[in-house]
Write a protein that binds this ligand. Structure first.
Ligand code: ZN
Ligand code: ZN
Length: 457
């Protein structure tokens, strides 16, 4: 055992004394060796060998860039038994990607079902009118135009010279304004994104992996902004309505319409650095104050306020040496000075002014001491779900928080249908999407289903 160990040691030692080097040549070799990468080991240990040109990935196995990035070094050559000569690798950036791609392609498109069928029928009639002699047409796509997730198709018949009109295969949002109209599918999709714990990049990945060409990043962001503006308004309207209904109730009961409503308040902190939502810390970057009414079992949210310290544009410009202060500069996403400590009291006063009601001292104290009830836990969970931590820099934080408020005050299905309607893409009562939405929400349905499966025997 000891002997073997010694021998092995000696062996390595011997080789390290050899003048072993590794050369990297920019020029192709005069003599071409076998292209097979299966047998790279030379027969004789002293033989100098040109390797076939490697891919970038394979090349990195043998050699890496020197510190000055001007040449290559081979860290392993001291231990090896041969002189290996390397050619520079292929400089194809999608070298690795291409390996996994196929010639044939799946091209999935999202088109409106009924508009698609309408197109087929229209094609047949138009073709018959224009080319009565072409009995059996053969249609092909001439051109397709992407409209986010919507598509416009133009068809031709390969057997005659027929070219169709352009068919819009998406429903448009009725803006009431002239000019380019948006596809409802795009607005619906972005509404979904802000209702999920994902951002636009993840959403694009979902589409890509379904072989559906995603819309461009810019288009996505623009639509998200529009959707968020509408969702914020909707949530504000809704919380105002809740307050209004309490005023009406007070009047009906013969009270002053502004007599106080019992409230519970809480703040949820978001921080890039700390995890606890209860520790204010100096790093807290966003805080959402929420006031729920404590008069009914609904515990509806009647007011909320988001303090956002984060401003990507501001941070970036400051990094570039510009003297810029948040908030209120162009494209600013923050609504507070970044040096202001986030205070629970301020949040309480903000909500107070929002509700146009005087909050009791108890309510303000609650803001400080975070009296947590079951309802709050669920509200906080919802808010956190809607505001993924790594998406904190987004200017859409308020939109996402508003979507969360709508979800808390309504059931998920109602909240989504309401939001989609406000955004301009109504769901059809009998659509399959709505059938799915009902099943998605209805836990009772699940229990009935489970019972069917397990209890029927
Ligand atoms: Zn034809
Ligand atoms: Zn800013």
């Amino acid at each position: 055992m000891v002997l073997l160990h010694l021998q092995l040691h000696l062996h390595l030692h011997l080789h390290s004394f050899k003048n072993v080097s590794m050369q990297v040549s920019p020029a192709p070799p005069k003599l071409k060796f076998s292209n097979s990468t299966t047998d790279l080991t030379p027969k004789n240990t002293t033989e100098s060998v040109w390797l076939p040109r490697l891919t970038e990935k394979e090349f990195k196995l043998y050699s890496k860039e020197s510190y000055d990035k001007k040449s290559y070094v081979a860290p392993q050559t001291e231990k090896c038994a041969t002189t290996v000569k390397l050619l520079r690798p292929h400089k194809l950036s999608d070298d690795y990607l291409d390996e996994y791609l196929e010639e044939k392609s799946t091209e999935n498109r999202t088109v409106d079902r009924d508009l698609n069928i309408l197109m087929i029928n229209s094609l047949i009639i138009c073709h018959l009118n224009k080319s009565p002699k072409c009995v059996v047409p053969h249609f092909e796509l001439v051109q397709e135009t992407q409209w986010g997730l919507g598509w416009i198709w133009e068809m031709k018949c390969t057997k005659c010279k027929f070219i169709s009109e352009k068919y819009k295969l998406f429903r448009e949002i009725n803006t009431g304004r002239p000019g380019r109209k948006s596809a409802t599918i795009n607005y619906g999709f972005q509404t979904g994104v802000i209702n999920c714990n994902i951002g636009n990049d993840s959403a694009r990945l979902l589409l890509t992996s379904s072989c559906i060409p995603p819309m461009s990043k810019g288009t996505m962001q623009r639509i998200t902004n529009n959707v968020c503006d509408k969702v914020v308004k909707l949530a504000e309207n809704e919380t105002e309505q809740v307050v209004e209904s309490f005023r009406k109730r007070n009047q009906t009961l013969g009270l002053n319409k502004n007599s106080p409503v019992k409230l519970q308040m809480d703040g949820t902190y978001q921080s890039v650095h700390i995890k606890s939502r209860h520790k204010m810390g100096q790093n807290a970057s966003q805080v959402i104050g929420i006031a729920c009414e404590n008069e009914t079992d609904n515990h509806a949210i009647i007011g909320f306020h988001l303090i956002n310290k984060l401003c990507w544009v501001g941070a970036w410009l400051r990094g570039k040496g510009y003297d810029i202060e948040c908030p209120n500069h162009e494209y600013c996403t923050s609504n507070t000075n970044r040096y202001d400590p986030l205070s629970e009291k301020d949040l309480g006063y903000e909500i107070e002014s929002l509700l146009e009601m005087k909050l009791s001292q108890t309510a303000l104290n609650q803001m400080q001491f975070f009296s947590n009830t079951y309802k709050y836990e669920s509200v906080n969970r919802t808010i956190c779900t809607y505001l993924p931590k790594n998406k904190n820099f987004s200017r859409n934080a308020l939109g996402r928080a508003s979507a969360a408020v709508l979800k808390v005050n309504n059931k998920r299905d109602v909240a989504l249908a309401k939001t989609l309607k406000a955004v301009g893409c109504d769901l059809g009562r009998k659509s399959r999407a709505v059938v799915a939405l009902k099943k998605y929400v209805n836990v009772k349905y699940m229990i009935v289903h489970i019972k069917k499966v397990y209890v029927s025997n």
